[in-house]
Design a protein around this ligand. Structure first.
Ligand code: GDP
Length: 195
């Protein structure tokens, strides 16, 4: 998909604010600083619509982006912030859980992970959670430009093993730096957008 139109619709702090539309939604989850905003910006051909993180832990909101007037990308703020209090974290977890399990428009979740490292416990938990609820996932392993090609197979194997990767899901090696994987990412997303 070649995106010409993308705008933020709302940064929702409560479910009442979620857009009252039936268009498909694709959520994006990932640890803070993993490269999630950069991934979104790369896909929608923008430099900085999805905010790249300079303010750790700040936005505990679900950000809805309307793309081509056809679907929403829903940015789920990065998990794994030590700064957030236990109470906040629990409240936050509950909100995400409710969104992921009850939002009818939600078609699939893109899990952004760092291609260089073993997935974190949070990465593993998120993926397990999605699989438990039968939610399709697209795993995007980003920052691939930071490791030599000769090691890609090894890293892909390491990540899939740690996640207990479901062979029905897509796994995409990606780089926001080189834009590698952009077409594959769209190919993985498009079947969830209906038509
Ligand atoms: P977020 O917190 O997950 O939204 O992460 P950001 O998109 O803000 O990225 C965090 C940092 O990683 C920034 O300094 C980005 O420039 C950098 N970054 C993101 N994606 C890539 C990538 O594919 N390759 C490289 N080399 N750096 C990246």
């Amino acid at each position: 998909m070649n995106v010409h139109q993308a705008e933020i619709v709302i940064s929702a702090v409560s479910p009442k604010q979620y857009p009252d539309t039936k268009i498909p939604e694709i959520a994006l989850a990932g640890r803070s600083n993993v490269g999630k905003s950069s991934f979104i910006n790369t896909l929608i051909n923008r430099k900085n619509l999805a905010r790249t993180s300079s303010k750790p832990g700040k936005t505990q909101t679900l950000n809805f982006y309307l793309i081509e007037n056809a679907f929403h990308f829903v940015d789920v703020p990065g998990y794994g912030y030590a700064k957030v209090s236990k109470v906040e974290r629990a409240r936050w977890g509950k909100m995400i859980e409710t969104y992921l399990t009850e939002r009818e428009q939600l078609q699939a979740v893109i899990c952004v992970v760092d291609f260089r490292h073993e997935p974190s416990q949070d990465d593993i938990q998120m993926y397990e959670f999605l699989k438990y609820y039968g939610m399709p996932a697209i795993v995007v392993a980003t920052k691939a430009d930071k490791i030599p090609k000769s090691k890609w197979n090894k890293h892909e194997g390491m990540i899939k093993k740690a996640l207990h990767f479901d062979a029905e899901d897509d796994f995409i090696v990606f780089s926001s730096e080189t834009k590698m994987g952009k077409d594959q990412a769209w190919q993985a997303i498009e079947p969830y957008l209906g038509e």
